[in-house]
Design a protein around this ligand. Sequence first.
Ligand code: ZN
Length: 284
Amino acid sequence: MLHDAHNHLQDDWLRPYWEQIAADRATAGIGTMVVNGTCEADWPVVAELARRFAWVRPSYGLHPWDVGNASPGWRDALQRQLDADPRAAVGEIGLDRWILERARPDDPRLAGLRRASLAEQDEAFRWQLALAAERGRPASVHCLDAWGALSAALQETPRPARFLLHAYGGPVELIGPYAKLGAYFSFNGHRLGAPAGRARAERGRAVATALPAERLLVETDAPAMPLPRERRRFPLPARADGTEVAHPADLGATLAGLAELRGAEPAALAARLEANFHALFGAD
Ligand SMILES: [Zn+2]
């Protein structure tokens, strides 16, 4: 059975489709979904989903994009969420220099956000990493364009024994060192859409084949990071601004794409991914 190591089912855009997604999940034979809250307003919605659906594994964190808008009491609120559910993981947390240096000023996903400096993000990230370590919870980590800072934080801060680098897009050379520190890596099928021959596609392919089999998971990051259209089996309507949306039940296509890239037999790869999921997130 495939498990979605990282998504955002709590997203407002998916809310009207929760029942449909639950039905599609059963049709597709998907198991657990790790649903990641990213800001204080999200956390109660993730908790509601975990109460409603037994297959939702809640995860609570302050995402680097949301660090700039957090309330002074966010740390207490996060601890209360974790206390309320011993199954809950920590995430999505992380570091993001892309929003500071490369994102377009009019990117609709960043509207209304105060973009926290890397130093501010780092402080929130290290505090949450240490919290996960102290509570013995796995953590889900986002990193864009901040690999040096991530390496430093992981080495200098108490960290959980196991953590996920979601949709890993970092340097191939860092995969080994991160694995030594306890990292697992989730592959996202969004990358299957990059045109062959382009540098980004080639780098994605190199990463997908270099990830160690015993640390590999799959994820959708839904509603973000949609699969290429021809691979989607469970389409959802695009957002009001035209942005296309990923469906969390479309994990079979992600597995198939990963198996193609790695030259692996899909059923054997799926069994490996399931064992890895339980090693990281525990039993169902
Ligand atoms: Zn995410």
